[in-house]
Every structure is written in structure tokens, then in C-alpha cells.
Design a protein around this ligand. Structure first.
Ligand code: 9UX
Length: 72
């Protein structure tokens, strides 16, 4: 199964923040695609909900130092 979520993220300032979060999310098993937009402060994540949950995604965003504001 493939599900898409748009997640509001806080704390990003530069393009390297974007890369850090994208890389961390893509390294998470069950995440199929991750694209972070600095301008809108969002991440679009495609994931397999039988493998990974939004809670896992939240933890990953926070572990690399950013705020998980919520699912849009
Ligand atoms: Mo850029 Mo982001 O110097 O935490 S990597 S601000």
C-alpha cells in the first residue's frame, strides 16, 4: 500500500536542513519517497503504512533536530 502525507515542519532555515530531513526520511524503512519544501515548510512523504507510521516519521524529524508540527 502507498499513502501520501503532507507534514508541516518547523525549524528549517537553509537548503541543508532540507537535505538532512529528506535523507533521514528516505533512510526510514517503509518510506518510498520524501520531498521537503523550504518555502512552504512542508514534507511530502509517500510511505507504506504496513511498514512505517506517521509516529515513526514524527520521531525521525525530531531526531534530526526539527519540529513536527502536524499532518496537513
Ligand atoms: Mo543550514 Mo539548517 O546552516 O539546521 S543546515 S540552517
Amino acid at each position: 500500500e502507498r499513502r501520501d502525507a503532507v507534514i508541516k515542519i518547523g525549524g528549517m532555515t537553509c537548503a541543508m536542513c532540507v537535505r538532512t530531513i529528506e535523507t533521514a526520511l528516505k533512510d526510514l524503512p517503509g518510506v518510498l519517497e520524501a520531498s521537503v519544501n523550504l518555502g512552504t515548510e512542508t514534507a511530502r512523504v509517500s510511505y507504506d503504512p504496513s511498514v512505517v507510521t506517521v509516529e515513526d516519521i514524527r520521531k525521525t524529524v525530531e531526531d534530526v533536530g526539527y519540529q513536527f508540527i502536524g499532518v496537513e
